[in-house]
Each structure stands twice: as structure tokens, then as C-alpha cells.
Design a protein around this ligand. Structure first.
Ligand code: SF4
Ligand code: SF4
Length: 348
């Protein structure tokens, strides 16, 4: 994570065309330029120049950004807004006792004790042996659910799975601007990795995948489990008929592979819901003070799922799974796609 001042060039390259406004889910509700990258960059430019001082008000706008990256993908100047906002958050983090307290609570109780408690009954199974070996980065998801789905799927692809006990990838701390915690999670990942002579890491979670790729470790390949299924052209067949829809996580890199699997899975009726690629709003879950804005985002995703007519919504990010599940109100079931396949499919 670079210091904010080092993003000066990128921030300057914003032409103020306003195209980001057309895709930003928060701006669509607020209509306030300070809640979208264009306005955020004007604020941040003021901070770098010294015309503005970091304040809780600026932090509020930084926090309102869902870090969904929709604007970056659309921006003609290709500015990476998530990295810039995380860097600005890091400036605020240094000065805020409250942010430090929240980070401590997250680290100790949610991603520490809480995840361990949730995973108390999770099981690790033994992988079959094959010449090709990969390391499974389970992160929080692996701690809660175990490794059964990954081992079953990858063994069907002729790949052996090694399952070390990794910590969280650090993404919640990255977006909060807690640089030190994020770096510590990265170091812990590197330390565990050193014990193995394997340069291929697999994950099932889009957000973990993006974070691990962001570590930029030379010679290390980070892959999503769906890439292996696609590579082998394994066509899963469900044991009975299912009608599902899919929520595309913002952080996903390989949706084409997922689409291919959805299309080639026997007994699966896939319905593309409206706005399947729009953010679930996870980053707004804890923002109780912004409930009005955030509830609009959750409501719209909930309605899209209900209107699809599917009773199962699949996804491939632990955060999306949690956010969608929280606002399902018993109307549909939310499942991780890899879990769903391992539970209901045979691989041909
Ligand atoms: S789309 Fe990019 S260049 Fe255009 S206003 Fe938004 S951030 Fe600036
Ligand atoms: S990352 Fe998403 S929420 Fe944040 S400014 Fe861009 S489009 Fe809006």
C-alpha cells in the first residue's frame, strides 16, 4: 500500500468526465459527488496539496465507497480507486482511536476467536496423492468449512491438495487502512508458504484471490478452483435437478470459467438475475449510521434474487455469501459454488 501522496499522478489523471457516476451504486442513491471517485479525487487532491485536512467528514465519504471497483473498470483513465481510497483510509487510520479499536475488535474477535468458533466442527479430509500438487489457501472460509469441497473437486481434476493452516488474507484490514495488520497477514502467509516447495496456490474465494494476487509474490501462481475444472473440461452432473441464480462478486477475476461450468453442469437450470454483477454491498453491512443508503443497496439485490425465481443463489466469495445470507430473510438459500458442486455433483 503506497502512501497517499504517491498516488498524485493517478489522481491528477482524472479528467472529471463523470462516467464513474453512471456505475457507482452509492452515487446512484446519494447523487452526491463526494461519494463517487470523481468527487473523492477532488477531496484527496486537496489533502495532498494541504488545502484540506483529513477529518471524520472526509472519512465518512471514504467509508461510503463499497470498494466494488465498478468505477475503475469503467474509467477511461483506468484509475484504481480501491487502492487510492485504502491509502487515504490509512492516513485517517493513523489519527483515529476509533478505527484502531474497530480493527482490534475485528482482528481479535471476528477474524480470530469468532472464525475459530464457527469452524469448531469443520473437518479436514486427506487428499489423494497425485504428481501435481497445489496449496489450498482456505483463509476464513477454509477455517469455517474445512477443505472437503476443495479436495473432492481438485482430486477429480487429478491434483493433490496440501492444506496448511493459513490466517485471513487481510482484505478487511486493507480496506480499513490498517496497513500494519494487513502486512502482518501477508507475512504470515509468506512464512507458511516457505515450508513448501510448491508455487501454486488455489482458493475458492474471489476476494482472497484478489488479495493474494495483490501481494505480488514473485514466481507464485494464485488460481481459483474453477480454473482447474475448466482446464480439465470436467463437466459436473447434479444428482437431481436444481434451479439457481448466481451473484458475481466484484473481486472475481475468472467469471468466464464459472459461466462455462454453469452452462455445462448437467441437471442445472441457471437463471441470470438482473444486475447479477452489481455489488452485494458487503462493505456497508457494519455502517449502521448509513443504514438508509445501504438498505437501498441490499433491498435492490434482494429483489433481483427473488425476481429470478431461483431458490438458491450461488456465489464465490465468503463476504458476498455472508452479506446475501444476512438479507435473504428465508426467501432463498445462499451457497458457495464450490460447496454446492462438491455436495450435489458427480464429475465426468
Ligand atoms: S470515470 Fe475516471 S476519469 Fe472519469 S471522472 Fe470518474 S474517476 Fe475521473
Ligand atoms: S468503488 Fe464502487 S462504490 Fe466506490 S466509488 Fe467506485 S463505483 Fe462507487
Amino acid at each position: 500500500m503506497k502512501p497517499l501522496a504517491e498516488y498524485k499522478e493517478e489522481i491528477h489523471s482524472c479528467s472529471k468526465c463523470g462516467l464513474c457516476q453512471s456505475v457507482c451504486p452509492v452515487y446512484k442513491i446519494t447523487g452526491n459527488d463526494c461519494t463517487v471517485s470523481r468527487g473523492q479525487f477532488i477531496m484527496l487532491k486537496g489533502l495532498i496539496k494541504g488545502d484540506l485536512k483529513m477529518s471524520p467528514k472526509i472519512n465518512r465519504y471514504l467509508d461510503l465507497c463499497l470498494k466494488c471497483d465498478a468505477c475503475s473498470k469503467f474509467c477511461p483513465s483506468a484509475i484504481d480507486v480501491v487502492d487510492i481510497i485504502a491509502s487515504a483510509k490509512a492516513e485517517y487510520f493513523k489519527t483515529s482511536k476509533f478505527e484502531k479499536l474497530i480493527s482490534f475488535i475485528q482482528k481479535t474477535f471476528i477474524f480470530g476467536f469468532g472464525i475459530k468458533l464457527c469452524g469448531i466442527f469443520s473437518k479436514k479430509i486427506k487428499s489423494k496423492k497425485f504428481d501435481r500438487k497445489v496449496i489450498y489457501f482456505g483463509g476464513c472460509s477454509g477455517k469455517i468449512k474445512g477443505n472437503k469441497a476443495v479436495v473432492k473437486i481438485l482430486n477429480s481434476c487429478g491434483v493433490e491438495v496440501i492444506t496448511p493452516n493459513f490466517e485471513c488474507c487481510g482484505i478487511p484490514f486493507y480496506v480499513r487502512g490498517d496497513k500494519m495488520s494487513y502486512e502482518n497477514y501477508k507475512k504470515s502467509f509468506e512464512k507458511i508458504l516457505q515450508k513448501y516447495d510448491i508455487k501454486e496456490v488455489v482458493t475458492t474465494c474471489a476476494s482472497c484471490e484478489k488479495t493474494l494476487k495483490g501481494y505480488k509474490i514473485e514466481g507464485l501462481e494464485i488460481k481459483n478452483i474453477f480454473e482447474y475444472i475448466r482446464e480439465k473440461e470436467l463437466k459436473p452432473a447434479l444428482k437431481k435437478k436444481f434451479k439457481v441464480t448466481f451473484h458475481k462478486p466484484c473481486n472475481i477475476d475468472n467469471f468466464k470459467d464459472i459461466e462455462w461450468i454453469l452452462k455445462h453442469t448437467g441437471n442445472l437450470e441457471y437463471i441470470e438475475m438482473s444486475n447479477f454483477d452489481k455489488c452485494c454491498g458487503l462493505n456497508g453491512v457494519t455502517k449502521i449510521s448509513e443504514y438508509k443508503i445501504m438498505s437501498e443497496i441490499f433491498k435492490s439485490k434482494h429483489n433481483d434474487i427473488v425476481n429470478s425465481g431461483a431458490k438458491i443463489v450461488l456465489t464465490s466469495c465468503l463476504g458476498c455469501e455472508a452479506a446475501l445470507g444476512l438479507f435473504s430473510f428465508g426467501k432463498y438459500k445462499v451457497m458457495d459454488f464450490a460447496e454446492f458442486l462438491s455436495r450435489h455433483a458427480k464429475f465426468r
